[in-house]
Design a protein around this ligand. Sequence first.
Ligand code: GLA
Length: 389
Amino acid sequence: MKNNLHAEYRKIFNKEAENAYFSPGRVNLIGEHIDYNGGLVMPCAITFGTYVLASVNDEGVFRFRSLNFDDKLDIPLQQGYSKTKEHWYNYPLGIIDYFLKQHNELKGLDLLFYGDIPISSGLSSSASIEVVTAYMLNDLFECGYSKLELVQLSKEVENEFIGVNCGIMDQFAVAFGEKDKALMLNCDSLEYKAVDSNLGEYCLAIINTNKPRKLAESKYNERVQECQAALKALQQELDIQNLCDIDAATFRKYQHLIEDTTVLKRATHVIEENDRVKQAAEALAAHDLNEFGRLMYASHDSLKNLYEVSGKELDAIAEYGKTNPDVAGARMTGAGFGGCGIALVKQNGFDRFSKGMIEYYTAKIGYAPSVYSSSIGDGVGVLKELANS
Ligand code: GLA
């Protein structure tokens, strides 16, 4: 499909698309549910993502079309849009709304979107479509935002317009991702390093649970609130801005300040996970993939038992990993409640892994997962290679 985008555009709009852009999705290697607590995360951009083809029109209308969804929208250029139901076009509409509120001079656009990120898979299709739209508007209308500003405004749209109180990891990863690199991102200072994701004899597998994600957004916002409650309790005695400002040893000294046992479990995950990311970075730098894998399993167990965002489908992925000697580690990735798991698998054992995973998961869950071998790709940009197809 992605090779026919220009032809599809012509069919729909009866004219040529003058511009084309791409933003990837992401996986997070480790550091889960800590971006909104000012922690360290280690995401990378993948080669699946969102494409948008665009041409300016003279009618002052935004036309949204998608090759993935039937619903479409034609809406005049005006101040002040709001989210309607669960339509896919809420994401680009929210970005346009933001640009207009900031008094950017936009014109009408005929837009065709296409995504090859599996839908509802937790690989950040929403950050991908937000960032690609923001990048496109900035490029077409010379609005002058830096890439970091595009990331920040996309996150703000997700928080305010869409209503999910996500952290900055996904938007950052899909914008700043680099081929064959993982990003070590400090979500408080926004300083980052692109580190070699040299996996040696291993490769990264993505396993989609194919479980429809329900209630994910409300559960996500609930976790954010629980972390805020933990922070407030600790602030009675500690001068901190984020949960991740303290390490596990300091936390043990002050955890008695948190009375609610659920809130205590959430905070324990956050603080220990942040420490694990630091250890994982050292393991990666030392090419110690076994240690990296051990930390992935520990991360999964914590997300299952303390943060309670896993589920039998994601657990089955980690469980199967432990039975296969070609797997160094496995865990859920992203928000949880369904979505995807990842595994570090020996390249020459990948086919066995894929077959074994499908068998194990299907026997346990009742339907099959999808297994992909993933490459790490670049972040958002102009799409040159499709420009003339
Ligand atoms: C979602 C959010 C991110 C992050 C992850 C969990 O992907 O969008 O900000 O919180 O969940 O690590």
